[in-house]
Write a protein that binds this ligand. Sequence first.
Ligand code: ZN
Length: 563
Amino acid sequence: MDIDKEIEKFVLQNSIKFNGKANPGAVIGKLMSVDPNIKSQLKELSLKINKKIAEISKLSVEEQTSILENLAPELLKKEKKEHKKELPDLKGAEFGKVVTRLPPEPSKYLHIGHALSFLINYMYAKKYDGWCILKPEDTNPDKCSKEFADAIEDDIKNYLGIETSETVYISDEMDYMIEKADKLVHKGHAYVCFCKREDMQEFRHSGKVCSCRSRPSETHLTEWKNMKDRKYEASHCSLRLKGDMESTNHVMRDPVLWRINYTPHFRHGDKYCVWPMYDFENSVMDCKYGVTHIFRSSEFGEMRNELQNYIKDLFGWPKQVITHYARFSITGSITSGREIRKLIEEKKVSGWDDPSLVTLQALKRRGIVKEALYDLVYQVGLTLSNTNIDWTVLSSINRQILDSKVNRYFFITEAKKIKIKNSPELVSELNLHPDFPERGQREFKTGSEFYLEKKDIESFKENSLNRLMDCINFRKRNNQYLFDSVEYEKFKGTGEIIVHWLPVSEDLTKVEVLMPDSSIISGIAESGVKNLKIGDIVQFTRFGFCRLDAVADNKFCFVFTHK
Ligand SMILES: [Zn+2]
């Protein structure tokens, strides 16, 4: 075999598959599968392979593809490597009977970590043909607002495409929860504590019971009623569980179940002045709505599960199957609502949807499609060790999805006009996507003048044959450009670059692209860009994927997705 040719073939193939740069090990593997005897020349081959990789990685994936198309088109056949897209079976899950829930707190915008957690719940409900309930936990009037609640519903339904079976705002269940609290007080499982916050903390820390606890049950019933009847100031007292003050699990040491808060609630105004704490509300609501499976990030911890189970036992309710999954994050990203709020105040980011963030609003604006997030769940979904993935992992999944889905357009950032002598008047038809001619074509009328990227012009070598993509071949000679031919066949195999271009016409579109580092790249694009709608994602040839974000003063403003 012609070893150099084989190396080139496999380097190209691997390089195309991995977005422009091949892996030497994979290439050696392929070579050995063709001829196992080459094992004896590994050292020499490695040198050759690395040299070839360095050479080929300078080309764009499109250029690499067109070379491989000539060299060995059979290697271009898309390898259908279907990941098995199925979640592992769930303990105790019966088909048609699984109920899961999404419990966002409408106190900030959702980020990618929430998305994965919600998708796990939703995808399991679907897997078992069950129900998935959206239950915003809005029982802290100080933190929750309509703005966040609306944004969260929009993210969940319209961006993530989660079809929930029911939406229940927990605050709408206040009467039910108050009734359950009444019952606990009545049965002597809860008491009203008047200790100061610091004292309560100190007692809980040292495991001492306060004097409030031992007062007679009737007193607690009266005081609980007083709490509900607005007789006390917000921090004056609270309703606590009679837990175990000596438990090694500090969470069990008489936690506060209800507290007084006079801040008006965004759904109920000042109808209620006592509000349940998270563990009470969570336990009661999961049972009321027949939730069968709960997914919790591992940081939630067994300690709080013990408390929630204890509360459920007091009512004699069945418990849910709890599955833990690891905390998920993207390297270097900020997810804390408090930190993001600070960045917005300091004008370091433009808002919750600033493309440098990983809030769902930002990911959507940037052009990360929901399918990429579903794929991510299959890949990292239920691992138990904390997962910290690089942005490139997400962008690579997203790219694979977008690659065949979105159309391609020419966009030039630093346009320079050149004249190609003797270039004929042509009508060039270019497919919106090379693999899907049925999606339609763009038509360019061309003459002898073209706009090209300045850096491409600077890279043309004297006398070598260059090609304008799907248009003509030409040569540079004595600082002039001369038409050579039209046929791609003539250019094939020269190893020179194929560049994108624009015809010189008045119909070009002004384009701005907001980059992840907040810089803006401006340029011109083909006229077809004018037909795009806000939200459309395109691939600008040799530049990257971008999502149309706004149109202002005839300027089309995109957000950069990724290469
Ligand atoms: Zn007390």
